[in-house]
Write a new protein. Structure first.
Length: 416
């Protein structure tokens, strides 16, 4: 007949194995969440700190499971091995909270002094915990294990848990403060932080009270599910918002040159006053010379290279002064702001940049331009200024082809 001590010992052995099973199940669940996170179609918006958090939680849960096997007096368990596992358990518990806090700082988007203060508090807490864990090797006041593999909690263990809870209490207070006084547009983030900090806090208290139950592992598993649900929602919403923004942007942007297209130009015209008010308002009309000849002789890929080359030169010289548009196959507009001296420099820089450009298929580039400033056309509307710029551009184009024809004629005569 079994004695009461034997029955109690067998009961603790059973509880230890149950503890291990729960901890291992938590590992599997965390890996499932991790796998689902990596495989999500919103990969470009995966929250890296969350993945790192899951990794640390998984390692802790493995150590937690080993602790359960030790507590169950499993095979090959010695007091020394149980002690090593216990040190690993407490160390991983401290590191998990440290990493958790870092994730919260990142998720809240903290910056400046408040971020620095939070990081200092993180370091103070982790140093305190690791110091107490290390000192236990000398004093044995946090925990100890006898020859019969009985686990005893010392007075210092309470301070270990208090240091652990301090993380969560601080985060709960911080998120509560932000919910009450922070940016209302980020209220959902503050609520998220409060909710999934409360879970490990409550389970951590449970772990101290019921040290034979895998409360920490279950708490990490549940909080990971909550974080995953919240994050996936945020990720999906951000992804869809980004796609909507990209779609809207593509509607007004020329795909080939990444300049604004005709629709973008027409929409922008609405935002300008009918008669420009700034004296440094300048409308530039540009046309790519010889594009048809290049397309006919070298192919459309060469023509595309010429268009991209012209757009690149425009962006390099004029991009910082206003908006650039490709309104047709070889037609470009620019609305920029420049005084007389600056405009003269832009003209010279643009001519120099165009003359130096060389492509793989096409070696030369020429762009006819017409510049008209508001100060040179007082009282004129934007449409009238644009027409004047067009006329100047066509005169420049005619001059280019006249010179080109004369040069070609002279070459032909010399050849004959």
């Amino acid at each position: 007949m079994k004695t009461d001590n034997v029955i109690v010992q067998e009961c603790f052995v059973s509880i230890g194995y149950i503890y291990s099973v729960v901890a291992f199940l938590s590992v599997l669940q965390l890996q499932l969440i991790f796998n689902r996170t990596i495989r999500t179609k919103y990969k470009e918006t995966i929250d890296y700190p969350f993945c790192k958090l899951l990794s640390f939680f998984s390692i802790f849960c493995v150590v937690d499971a080993l602790w359960g096997i030790c507590d169950a007096r499993g095979p090959f368990i010695t007091p020394f091995r149980f002690t090593i596992v216990s040190y690993c358990y407490h160390t991983m518990s401290a590191l998990s909270a440290f990493i958790w806090f870092g994730y919260i700082i990142r998720y809240l988007g903290l910056n400046g002094k408040i971020k620095a203060v939070c990081n200092i508090i993180r370091c103070v807490f982790i140093v305190l915990q690791l110091s107490m864990i290390t000192s236990n090797g000398i004093t044995g006041k946090a925990f100890s294990i006898n020859e019969d593999l009985d686990y005893f909690m010392g007075d210092l263990r309470l301070w270990l848990y208090l240091a652990q809870y301090a993380y969560y209490v601080f985060i709960l207070l911080l998120s509560t403060f932000f919910m009450l006084f922070g940016d209302r547009s980020r209220l959902r983030i503050y609520r998220n932080v409060f909710v999934f900090t409360l879970i490990p806090f409550l389970f951590g208290i449970g772990q101290y009270v019921f040290y034979n139950v895998a409360m920490y592992s279950m708490g990490f598993m549940l909080s990971a599910f909550i974080i995953y649900a919240y994050n996936l929602t945020d990720i999906r919403e951000n992804y869809l918002a980004k796609m909507a923004e990209e779609s809207s942007r593509h509607a007004v942007v020329d795909v080939m040159t990444e300049l604004f297209n005709r629709r973008g130009y027409e929409e922008d015209l609405i935002s300008y006053p009918s008669v420009p008010t700034e004296d440094d308002f300048v409308f530039v009309s540009m046309d790519l010379d010889g594009l048809k000849d290049v397309n006919d002789s070298l192919g459309h890929e060469a023509g595309d290279e010429l268009i991209k080359g012209a757009a690149m030169c425009m962006k390099r010289v004029m991009g910082s002064y206003g908006r650039l548009y490709r309104v047709g196959g070889d037609e470009f507009f620019a609305i920029i702001y420049a005084n007389s001296d600056r405009l003269e420099k832009i003209k010279n820089d643009f001519d120099t940049t165009v003359s130096r450009w060389k492509g793989r298929r096409v070696k030369t580039l020429h762009v006819s331009c017409g510049y008209v400033a508001k100060r040179d056309a007082p009282g004129k509307t934007v449409a009238e200024i644009a027409k004047l710029a067009d006329e100047k551009m066509y005169r420049a184009k005619e001059e280019f082809y006249r010179l080109f024809c004369e040069l070609k004629k002279e070459v032909d005569e010399n050849w004959l």
